[in-house]
Design a protein around this ligand. Structure first.
Ligand SMILES: [Zn+2]
Length: 167
C-alpha cells in the first residue's frame, strides 16, 4: 500500500460530522467567552430565545447583546444600550408588527439581567435554576450589605483565600 492510500483511508475514517460539530462547539464557546460567560451552556440558559437561533442577553452592565448561535461567524454580536434601542432595531430588521411587537416587548421585560461575579468577573444568571437546585440563593462576600456577589461557591472560597493571603 502506498503512503497516499494510507492517507486516503485515514481520511475516509474521519467522521467529518463529528469534526464539524467540534468546530461549532468551539465557536460557541468563543461566543460565550466574548460575552464573559463561563460556558456556552450557561450563556444559552441565561438568554432569551427569539426564534431562528437568535437570542438576546441582558448583561450585568445594562447593555443587551443580540446574537445567533448558527450565524455567529457571519454575524457579529450586536450590542444595544437599552431594550428600547433593541426593539427599534428588531422592528426594522424583522419587519414585525402588531401582536408580534407586543410579544417581543413582553419577552424583553421577562429577560433577566445578569450579574457579574465579584471574583472571576464572569457574567452569571442570579436566577439560574441549577443554582436554585443547589440551594444557592446568593453568595455575597459582604453578607451584611449583600454586596460583591459570587457566581459560585468556588469563587467565594477562592476570594476568601485570596483575602486571607493578602490580609
Ligand atoms: Zn465567579
Amino acid at each position: 500500500m502506498s503512503q497516499n492510500e494510507d492517507w486516503e483511508s485515514a481520511l475516509d475514517k474521519i467522521d467529518w460530522n463529528d469534526v464539524l460539530q467540534d468546530v461549532d462547539k468551539q465557536l460557541l464557546e468563543n461566543l460565550a467567552a466574548e460575552l464573559r460567560f463561563k460556558s456556552y451552556e450557561s450563556l444559552e440558559l441565561a438568554s432569551q430565545p427569539l426564534g431562528d437561533g437568535y437570542y438576546i442577553t441582558y448583561l450585568s452592565e445594562g447593555t443587551w447583546a443580540f446574537w445567533n448561535n448558527a450565524r455567529y461567524v457571519e454575524e457579529d454580536v450586536q450590542f444595544f444600550e437599552t431594550s428600547q434601542q433593541f426593539l427599534h432595531f428588531a422592528l426594522e430588521r424583522f419587519k414585525i408588527q402588531g401582536e408580534e411587537v407586543e410579544s417581543l416587548i413582553n419577552l424583553l421585560s421577562e429577560t433577566r439581567q445578569m450579574k457579574q461575579c465579584a471574583y472571576c468577573e464572569c457574567e452569571f444568571d442570579p436566577e439560574d435554576p441549577a443554582r436554585k437546585e443547589l440551594g444557592i440563593d446568593g453568595i455575597y462576600l459582604d453578607e451584611e450589605e449583600q454586596e460583591r456577589e459570587c457566581c459560585s461557591p468556588q469563587c467565594a472560597v477562592e476570594a476568601m483565600v485570596q483575602e486571607w493571603k493578602e490580609g
